[in-house]
Design a protein around this ligand. Sequence first.
Ligand code: NAI
Ligand code: BUO
Length: 260
Amino acid sequence: MNKISEKVAFITGAGQGIGEAIALRLAEDGFAIAVADMNTTSAQSVADKIVAAGGKATVVEVNVADRDSVFAAVDKAADELGGLDVVVNNAGVAPITPIEDITLETYRRAFDINVGGVLWGIQAAVKTFKALGHGGKIISATSQAGHVGNPELAVYSGTKFAVRGITQSAARDLAGLGITVNAYAPGIVNTPMMQKVAQDVADNAGESFDWGMEQFAKNITLKRMSEASDVAAVVSFLAGPDSDYITGQSIVVDGGMVFN
Ligand SMILES: NC(=O)C1=CN([C@@H]2O[C@H](COP(=O)(O)OP(=O)(O)OC[C@H]3O[C@@H](n4cnc5c(N)ncnc54)[C@H](O)[C@@H]3O)[C@@H](O)[C@H]2O)C=CC1
Ligand SMILES: CC(=O)C(C)=O
């Protein structure tokens, strides 16, 4: 096994879905894991799974939309786990927003969580990496919808395009500190988020849940939906030494939906 011993990874939105899969995969890779989420009950069950498998984990409560909360969570994780090497800004929300229905509240919440959460996560990571006297890796969630605008997802697509812009700028700003900054862009992953997106799109069209899923899944070249573990494998690569010469990139892991 490719063990990276004594390294620490902080992962937001790690209580379920893609974040959970990333936490389990990086624990398997040898990282001690800060399972950061606003839902501490689900986060605790992920931490319990890691510990039961022989790994090391701690639960950290965080609201990624709140800058102070993110800084406090990263500090706590580094204190409890004795360091910090990788920060994964994974938490996000995906409201369905046909153009004419977009409200100020929906717009603000999505940008506060999906974009603010990435900015504050990057800032908090830099502060702690500097305090520890070394560089590190910052990895954030964008989406295939951050590479091509998706129907009924204008606000969400906007946030995920923003994550790519921030990733590119931060990569340039932070290279001198020995920090790489990258993103992963999943496709259609079978998680609670995607199930709700499909249900909402189906409800708007007066169709079934399966029809809603099909609207997203029909253009996947590999003809299967993604498992969260497909995404976690790419994050494992971005968190490990084999990606040391990569920065400022968004790695698409979507079974062939968008081609760059
Ligand atoms: N599921 C999919 O098909 C895709 C997901 N993504 C992105 O991957 C990331 C993870 O998505 P999923 O696992 O599907 O989502 P999910 O909704 O299943 O899980 C999200 C997790 O984030 C946590 N969270 C939400 N808001 C938070 C906040 N303000 N502070 C702290 N934690 C918060 C939730 O409690 C939950 O545990 C998101 O950024 C999403 O946009 C990107 C492309 C496709
Ligand atoms: C939710 C999401 O990121 C999609 C549909 O790509």
